[in-house]
Design a protein around this ligand. Structure first.
Ligand code: BTN
Length: 238
């Protein structure tokens, strides 16, 4: 499949994910995309805000409908598409910080927020920093941030992301896991977490890849292996 048609573009809206949710609820077709030059209430994961200076980031929400069982690893497939899109635009290498932040080196270039009403639809929200200057990022960011830069334009990023996302949502689960494994930025790093499973609500350990359900596998200092789900857990690098 491919994304980008139909497309609705706003000069300014509260959140493209919100606009796309409305369209999805109203029966918009799979592949439809909402973009904006600027958001007044851009949403990030875990109830955080997402902001970007007008016209300098790709603010993108795509509708996938219906949501099928084969889309179970969508949260991992989407950042892979972003990595491939960015790498086709600029001579950089991207990796994924589980579950779905995209990094160039150790700096975040894109974030993904998927909101879904299974089995009817998923809204795939992507914020990709395209031409934001270092001094334009807010000081209080959790992770250092970067942009694609190198003269790349937002329309060029949109065109290539539409294609790569279309390919990624069709990938079989084993391919998603294989490709993700090659781009896993946390592998072997010492991490700390909060909001983990009962009995291991917080802890520290070594990131040891991703399991078949898309959970982050960690080995604790005591040698226990745990699977952390993306929904609740808050990670920090130790
Ligand atoms: C994150 O890193 O926490 C996810 C950020 C996702 C931001 C994008 S920008 C386009 C779309 N609309 C939103 O309100 N959020 C997503």
């Amino acid at each position: 499949m491919s994304f980008g048609s139909p497309r609705r573009h706003y000069r300014r809206t509260d959140s493209t994910n919100e606009r796309a949710r409305e369209l999805a609820e109203a029966g918009a077709p799979s592949g439809a995309v909402v973009t904006a030059a600027e958001q007044s209430s851009g949403r990030g994961r875990q109830s955080r805000a997402w902001s970007a200076p007008a016209g300098k980031a790709l603010l993108y929400s795509a509708i996938l409908s219906p949501l099928e069982e084969r889309h179970g690893l969508l949260p991992l497939a989407v950042p892979l598409a972003v990595c491939e899109a960015v790498e086709s635009l600029a001579p950089v290498s991207c990796r994924v910080k589980w579950p779905n932040d995209v990094w160039i080196e150790e700096e975040k270039v894109a974030g993904v927020l998927i909101e879904a009403r299974p089995p009817r639809w998923a809204v795939i929200g992507i914020g990709l920093n395209v031409a934001i200057e270092p001094e334009e990022f807010p000081a209080e960011l959790r992770w250092p941030a970067t942009s694609v830069g190198r003269g790349v334009s937002v329309p060029a990023a949109l065109a290539v992301l539409n294609v790569r996302l279309g390919e990624a949502v069709g990938l079989a689960a084993d391919r998603v896991l294989e490709e993700y494994g090659k781009r896993d930025a946390l592998r072997d790093l010492q991490i700390a977490w909060e909001g983990g499973p009962k009995g291991s609500e917080s802890g520290r350990g070594r990131a040891d890849g991703i399991d078949e359900a898309g959970n982050l596998v960690v080995e604790t200092e005591g040698g226990r292996r745990l699977a952390l789900g993306a929904g609740e857990v808050h990670l920090t690098l130790d």
